[in-house]
Structures are given as structure tokens and as C-alpha cells.
Design a protein around this ligand. Structure first.
Ligand SMILES: [Zn+2]
Length: 255
């Protein structure tokens, strides 16, 4: 029997009334646990076991899944769910966390990171800023901190006024003098690079205050997504939904 904090990353329904949750916990990391009978109308806890909620759970070892024997909701983060963009971002972050973890390996730093990200979303920080903040720190946790100050090939400190390229397979930015691999033609603007440096160095409160051109934000988003896609070796499924959620805004700008 074990009592732990846990954040729900995802869930699926099983049989008539059960639900299987994928949880992240600080001490045991990722695990799957079954909540029996929670889809019955008489269940008192059913509605609280939604994705992104932080719970205090008591778990018993079961044959296939751990069994949730008691649960109390710690943080429901209700405001996070009010906006579709912030909920879609929460889903994206949960998926990144899920893909970064193996089952049953301690995950204190990643747990703390996800917890903080949900707090920030719940406090209505711009979802895109929270996502970039999270991506940058997740890359650190994965041991692949993006290089944004020196050329990844010649190690020269990048100068202002030169042109840069973003090359995730090499770990960051490439200077204009180095050839790099043949396909490395993705230019990155000085503004976007400056923003990536800010995401690496500033805390969330500082980032929330930044006023930046939309173009640089967009470029930093593309750069970090590409970086994580390379680090995690595939594209999160939730991104398509997140982009769809944000699409109407793009359309209204165009008309
Ligand atoms: Zn170089």
C-alpha cells in the first residue's frame, strides 16, 4: 500500500464502470492505475479523476494495474479548463511528460515541472509562453539543453549581425561560417534566438511580462517543437488538436 501525490496524464475507460488512469507520481514516476466502479452514477469521485488534476491517491499493487483504493483531489485547476487553448496546452504538456518517462522510474523533477506548468496555466499565463517555458526545461531534464549562445559546430560565441541556422540534430544553433549537415538550411532570426535565450534564462514570472513581436514567438515555437520532436523521436498527437484550437485566431487575422 502506498500513498502518493499524482497528476493524471490521461485515461481510458475499461469494462462497464472502471477507468484506467496514467499517472505521474514523484517517487515512482509514471504508472497505470485502475479506479474501479468510478463510472457508476453513485460514484462520489468519478468527476474528479479528470486529466490534469492533481490527486492524493492510495494505491495497492494489482495484477495488471495498481488499484486506486482511496483518492482526494489536491488541485483540480479548474481555470485551466476554462479556455480551450489552455486545456489543449495542458494536454500537450501531459503528452510530452508521458513520452519522456519510462514506467516506474522516479520522476521528481518532471513532476515538479508539470505541477508548476499547470499552476501557471491555471493562473492564466499565456498558454504559448507556458508551453515554451516547459519545453525548454523538459529538454534540460532530458539532458539535451539546446545550445543558443555558441555555434554547435565550432563553439564560437555567436555575434550579433551574423546569420544563424537552427539544427536540432546537432543540438542547437549553427553559425554562418560552419557548413553543417546538408539539410541544415533552417534559418532562425536574431529575435527568435534572443527569445530562446530568454526562455532558457528567465523564470516564468519574467517571461509572462515580456512584450515581443508575434513573429519571434512563432519562430521560437517552431524551433522548440522541432527540437523536442527530435529529442523524443516523434510528434506528439496533441499538437494537431492544439493547432486546431488556435486556428480561428489565425483566420481572423488573415481576413
Ligand atoms: Zn560555427
Amino acid at each position: 500500500m502506498l500513498v502518493t501525490d499524482a497528476i493524471v496524464l490521461s485515461h481510458f475507460d475499461l469494462g462497464e464502470a472502471d477507468r484506467v488512469l496514467t499517472l505521474i507520481t514523484p517517487e515512482i514516476g509514471k504508472l497505470k492505475a485502475i479506479a474501479k466502479g468510478i463510472r457508476r452514477p453513485t460514484s462520489r469521485v468519478g468527476g474528479s479523476l479528470e486529466p490534469f488534476a492533481e490527486l492524493r491517491v492510495q494505491l495497492a499493487r494489482g495484477r495488471t494495474f495498481d488499484v486506486i483504493t482511496q483518492v482526494v483531489v489536491g488541485h483540480a485547476w479548474l481555470k485551466l479548463r476554462d479556455s480551450l487553448e489552455s486545456a489543449a496546452t495542458a494536454w500537450y504538456l501531459a503528452e510530452l511528460a508521458d513520452r519522456s518517462l519510462e514506467e516506474r522510474h522516479p520522476a521528481e523533477p518532471l513532476y515538479a515541472l508539470l505541477h508548476r506548468a499547470y499552476e501557471l496555466l491555471d493562473a492564466e499565463m499565456a498558454p504559448a509562453r507556458v508551453a515554451r517555458w516547459f519545453e525548454m526545461r523538459l529538454a534540460d531534464e532530458l539532458g539535451v539543453r539546446p545550445e543558443v549562445d555558441r555555434c554547435v559546430e565550432c563553439d564560437r560565441v555567436l555575434e550579433t549581425g551574423e546569420s544563424y541556422r537552427w539544427v536540432p540534430p546537432l543540438g542547437g544553433v549553427l553559425c554562418e561560417r560552419c557548413p553543417g549537415p546538408p539539410a541544415s538550411r533552417t534559418a532562425i532570426s536574431a529575435d527568435a534566438l534572443k527569445l530562446l535565450k530568454a526562455y532558457q534564462r528567465m523564470d516564468a514570472e519574467g517571461l509572462a511580462e515580456l512584450r515581443l513581436p508575434e513573429e519571434a514567438e512563432r519562430a521560437a515555437e517552431i524551433a522548440l517543437r522541432e527540437f523536442l520532436r527530435y529529442a523524443l523521436e516523434r510528434d506528439p498527437r496533441s499538437l494537431a488538436f492544439l493547432d486546431e484550437v488556435r486556428a480561428p485566431r489565425t483566420v481572423s487575422i488573415a481576413t
